[in-house]
Write a protein that binds this ligand. Structure first.
Ligand code: SAM
Length: 465
């Protein structure tokens, strides 16, 4: 096999995409990973980092475009880290995501291709794969040439801001809100934050919109305790139709974490409201709330369908956030227990249950891998083991802790519904559940993040006969 070195240029045909959506091509057995290249493209590339058997290369020119290639909507898509797949037709994006999940189930989970064919339902795509995000976090900085404040996105793997107030994934109000904030900063001489020396004031702008309520929230993350000329900013932002909440988040740390822990409302309400599946949720600047509400309803509806509820069941919702899945389940179950590590989220969950009139829910703060075993031990000791019929899990990307999976297996619910945003850790955890006596019954992918390589998957596991 020929070896290549940094700086070499060559022409390759892209045969596949890796899990991050980078093109994969082969030159005489030597593998090249090419960002922005698509399956079916013949491209000219330059090697940026060479290893013995593979290299990362930069796309220099598309010689023959793939039949899946489409014109990008956003001129910044190559530099911005947000949309890895914008040049791939939406139909092909869905095929890519489904294939990624299947491959992980086979490779990591040890499932047979034929078995997956038998249980996998067609991916649920979006009707409108742009402008779907209800939340945007724009970094604020200074234009290198003019020195004026800018809002935009970080260029991939850097903290250089690409000015852009009109991201194709966000809501149309983002642009008007950001332009009002930038103009206020310029007129009132409010300095943007400088990450290098830690000076300046405005670091980020968080914007959230309730898709059903139409309510808007703006939170300025600042490197200080107060916002000068706040009245002028409020006067301007109040004019945006739907504005409901204007706040500041104080973050004086030299850190990549965006939000500070102290939030102060400057005008309007502390929260905005949104409705999912007929249930009202209050959302604060710090709440975790799914970013694509249209697809979230479809995702949760699948989780409820897979849970097979008749109105009597006892359900555990582990990693429950502000109780969204818990309340969807509670509409159809006898009792729902939610567990979540963030105390504020549990407060929100309790409030959401109460305001919506649910009396069959109970929420616990703590790690799922600690709360569930403690509950199980106490219940077995007292011999009043409340047998869970269904356990739902929706963990972060790293998946479930082994201790949590072991306890789930010991509790022997009839069904386990696993909602996952990372199919590699999903496949790893399903293997453990299968070894513990469960069978994979159903699976479906739901696309919540068009133009990116991410996808959600919902899986049903049942107790093996
Ligand atoms: C993917 S989110 C799901 C939230 C919720 N189910 C929803 O759809 O909005 C994962 C949640 O797990 C919580 N979490 C992370 N580690 C946890 C742990 N060890 N135990 C319990 N909750 C945890 C996070 O705070 C977050 O709210």
């Amino acid at each position: 096999m020929q070896e290549y070195k940094k700086g070499d240029c060559l022409t390759v045909t892209i045969e596949d995409l890796d899990t991050d959506g980078q093109g994969i091509g082969k030159a005489e057995g030597y593998t090249l990973f090419v960002k922005d290249a698509l399956v079916g493209d013949t491209v000219k590339v330059k090697i940026m980092k060479a290893k013995k058997n593979y290299a990362f290369a930069r796309l220099e020119e598309v010689i023959t475009p793939s039949s899946y290639r489409v014109a990008p909507k956003c001129e910044h898509h190559r530099r911005c880290g947000g949309c890895q797949l914008q040049c791939l037709s939406y139909e092909a994006q869905l095929r890519f995501k489904e294939k990624k999940v299947r491959n992980n189930l086979v490779r990591i989970g040890g499932f047979k291709e034929a078995d997956i064919d038998g249980i996998m339902q067609p991916i649920i795509g979006m009707e409108e794969p742009f402008h779907y995000r209800n939340k945007a976090q724009y970094p604020i900085g200074k234009d290198k040439h003019t020195g004026k404040p800018v809002a935009g996105f970080y260029a991939q793997r850097t903290h250089d801001i690409i000015p852009n107030t009109d991201c194709a994934l966000g809501v149309k109000e983002n642009k008007e809100i950001l332009e009002r904030i930038l103009s206020w900063m310029e007129v009132c001489k409010i300095p943007p934050y400088d990450e290098v020396n830690g000076e300046g004031l405005v670091r980020h702008v968080l914007i959230r919109k309730g898709f059903v309520s139409g309510e808007l929230m703006v939170c300025l993350v600042i490197n200080g305790g107060d916002l000068p000329a706040a009245d002028r900013l409020i006067e301007s932002l109040k004019e945006v139709s739907g504005m409901k909440s204007i706040s500041i988040s104080i973050n004086r740390e030299k850190t990549n974490v965006i939000m500070g822990t102290t939030i102060r409302t400057l005008w309007g309400s502390d929260t905005i409201e949104d409705t999912l599946g007929g249930i009202k949720f209050r959302i604060s600047p710090l709440s975790f709330y799914q970013v694509n509400p249209v697809q979230t309803e479809k995702l949760y509806a699948k989780a409820v369908e897979f849970a097979g509820l008749t109105g009597k069941e006892s359900v555990w919702d582990l990693y429950c956030g502000i109780g969204t899945i818990s309340l969807f389940m509670a509409k159809n179950a006898g009792k729902v227990y939610g567990v979540e590590i963030i105390p504020e989220a549990i407060e929100d969950a309790k409030g959401n249950a109460e305001r919506n009139g649910f009396t069959n829910t109970e929420f616990f703060v703590g790690k799922a891998e600690e709360v569930l075993p403690q509950f199980y031990e106490r219940a077995s000791r007292e011999e009043d083991m409340l047998h869970p019929d269904v356990i739902v899990v929706d963990p972060p990307r790293k998946g479930c802790d082994v201790q949590c999976l072991d306890t789930m297996i010991k509790m022997r619910p009839e069904r386990i519904v696993y909602v996952s945003c990372d199919s590699a850790t999903l496949a790893r955890d399903l293997k453990i559940l299968c070894e513990g006596g469960y069978e994979l019954k159903k699976a479906v992918c739901v696309d919540m993040f068009g133009m990116t390589g991410h996808v959600e998957t919902v899986v049903l596991m049942s107790k093996a006969k």
